[in-house]
Design a protein around this ligand. Structure first.
Ligand SMILES: C[S@@+](CC[C@H](N)C(=O)[O-])C[C@H]1O[C@@H](n2cnc3c(N)ncnc32)[C@H](O)[C@@H]1O
Length: 222
């Protein structure tokens, strides 16, 4: 498993039925089943060829009836309440949002959006979810450090209102070395954009972003 998947799997709690939506390779379900962290797993993917990778990996569990593969869009093949922990990882936040809006917010979830995490956070909070962990982890690959957001929670219980910085970067990311590193990178990228030839509206947006990032780095908006 890659460092990203290992760190992601460390966020998964024991459950009866685990569902991995957009499972692709199937490593997360294998981790849950091998570690006996779940009794059974549902693996889904919208792509039959992606799902077949996971089916090969989990052949033994599928033949024993402990793993059920479903080729479907999002949660459409996972009846509400049939899985007590749902993982959706490695997709854009907008895609995850689309999946939730077209079906339901799972009782317990771990989401790892590749981008647009802010929109996903807003939706979860607006819909009464209890956010238990909303942080950032890194993976070093080929000398490059990649940053990933992960959001773990439940579909009820509520979350106290988030500040602008918490919405943008996740409540548990604030003040961490990982976030400082990400912000420094984002700041230098935006400062470089600001040097370029921009329309007045794009310039205003970039300037606003720069001020926001500087504020978060100074511990404001937090
Ligand atoms: C980049 S892979 C991520 C795989 C794995 N979840 C991970 O984090 O490593 C994204 C997978 O999600 C699947 N996918 C994308 N949109 C989906 C949807 N609406 N429903 C189910 N699967 C989807 C893709 O086919 C692909 O296999």
């Amino acid at each position: 498993m890659t460092e990203r998947l290992k760190k992601l799997c460390a966020l998964l709690s024991p459950c009866e039925v685990f569902a991995d939506v957009g499972c692709d390779h199937g490593y997360c379900a294998r981790y849950m089943l091998n570690s006996k962290l779940c009794k059974s797993a549902v693996i889904t993917d919208i792509s039959a060829s992606s799902l077949s990778k996971a089916e090969r990996l989990l052949k033994k569990y599928i033949s024993e009836g402990a793993c059920r593969p479903v080729c479907c869009d999002g949660l459409k093949g996972v009846a509400e309440g049939s899985a007590d922990l749902v993982l959706i990882a490695g997709m854009g936040g907008e895609e995850i949002l689309k999946i939730l809006k077209e079906s339901y917010i799972p009782r317990a979830f771990v989401f790892q959006p590749m981008k647009n995490a802010e929109q996903l956070r807003s939706y979860l909070i607006a819909n009464g979810c209890a956010i238990e962990y909303d942080g950032l982890f890194t993976e070093t690959r080929g000398g490059l450090i990649k940053h990933y957001f992960a959001i773990k929670g439940k579909n009820s219980g509520g979350t106290p209102p988030y500040s602008a910085a918490e919405l943008a970067y996740g409540r548990d990311s604030l003040g961490t070395a990982e976030l400082e590193e990400l912000l420094s990178y984002e700041l230098s990228k935006n400062l470089a954009y600001a040097e370029g030839d921009l329309s007045p509206s794009s310039r205003a947006q970039v300037e606003e972003r720069i001020q926001f990032i500087k504020g978060v780095l100074r511990g404001e908006n937090n």
